[in-house]
Design a binder for this molecule. Structure first.
Ligand code: UT7
Length: 319
């Protein structure tokens, strides 16, 4: 088996909708400003007591149903999240237990908004090396838990959700190539540094962000990694049917598409309705576009993400 192939996708969104109008009641902002600067109209918010593992589990069930597969066939689970249920056990162990299965391995990956690309890359390596046959890869985040709803610079951006993909060993081309990058020198432009220490929270338990620095870094890094990976594996960017980017801000998506020479009609965008759901945003957008018929079997896809760390990465996939 030479490749890992995505055989199904799934997603989950919590019921509660937080609109720009709702945010007008919380901070000094307005729908026009938010939509013009970010492309976001609304985002979903977890219910009280609803956890990241609950959303991840629902997205997994949704993907399993599409695959018409029993959960017991999965031998590896990777959950990308920066809002885990607990410090330990890992959210993936909790998801494994909710699914009622025993996999060979299960672990979380923390690469903030790039988490899904990191998890996908890891699962692809496991499958191509023969260490796993069927991997469940999930991106899930409850960003509303770490958003300060007094900070208009960040609270307008984030939402909650989960997305999943099932990868299986295959002789046919699937994941064509992945590249993950990081540069810790940029760690201070996007942080949530709160942590437990001797029974107390130390640091800031909320997201803190230099929006303009993040914006510039995102456009630069997403463009570079996609171009370099395309060149390395011999893919022509003009042949890409769908770009599925991390849904950060419509202006980041547009600027990156322009630099890649991609028309926006080939870019999957869900940011208007979901906001930025961090590690969930790429698999959520992926699943939406599969279910509404935009993405078809045989399409060439470019997935790309960027987030705190700073971390970024891309993957080309023959779907
Ligand atoms: O996964 C990665 C996560 N992070 C991101 O992707 C964030 C990337 N950055 C961004 O999306 C944008 O930088 C923001 C949307 C956060 C901000 O947009 P901007 O165009 O960079 O605005 P700005 O920070 O330059 O602020 C422009 C003005 C300022 O007022 P003055 O100084 O010009 O009077 C802000 O105080 O807009 C003001 N402002 C707001 N006004 C209404 C900032 N936030 C708001 C707001 N509503 N929510």
């Amino acid at each position: 088996m030479k490749y890992s192939k995505i055989i199904a996708t799934g997603s989950y969104l919590p019921e509660k909708i937080l609109t720009n109008k709702d945010l007008e009641q919380l901070v000094e902002t307005n729908d026009e400003w938010i939509f013009e600067r970010t492309g976001i109209r609304q985002r979903r918010i977890v219910a009280a007591g609803e956890k990241t593992s609950d959303m991840a589990y629902q997205a997994a069930l949704n993907a399993l149903a599409m695959a018409q597969m029993d959960a017991s066939e999965i031998d590896l689970i990777i959950v990308a999240t920066s809002t885990p249920d607990a410090i330990f056990p890992s959210t993936s162990c909790i998801v494994q237990n909710k699914l009622g299965i025993k996999t060979k391995g299960t672990f979380d990956v923390q690469a903030a908004c790039t988490g899904f690309i990191y998890a996908l890359t890891t699962a692809d390596c496991y499958i191509r090396s023969g260490m796993a046959k069927t991997a469940l890869v999930i991106g899930a985040d409850s960003m509303s838990r770490i958003v300060d709803y007094n900070d208009r610079g960040t609270c307008i951006l984030f939402g909650d959700g989960a997305g999943a993909a099932i990868l299986q060993a295959s002789d046919e081309p699937g994941v064509l190539g992945c590249d993950i990058r990081a540069d810790g020198a940029y760690n201070s432009i996007l942080t949530c540094d709160g942590h437990l220490y001797n029974g107390e929270i130390q640091g800031n338990p909320y997201i803190s962000m230099d929006g303009q620095a993040v914006f510039k870094f995102a456009v630069r890094s997403l463009t570079a990694v996609a171009k370099e990976l395309a060149k390395k594996i011999g893919v022509d960017l003009a042949d890409v049917n769908w770009v599925i980017p991390h849904q950060a801000n419509i202006r980041i998506l547009e600027a990156t598409a322009k630099l890649l020479g991609t028309d926006m009609k080939h870019v999957v965008t869900t940011v208007e309705e979901h906001g930025n759901t961090s590690a969930a945003s790429i698999p959520l957008a992926f699943d939406c576009a599969v279910r509404d018929g935009r993405i078809q079997r045989g399409d060439l896809l470019l997935l790309e993400g960027v987030g705190a760390g700073f971390s970024w990465g891309a993957s080309f996939i023959k779907y």
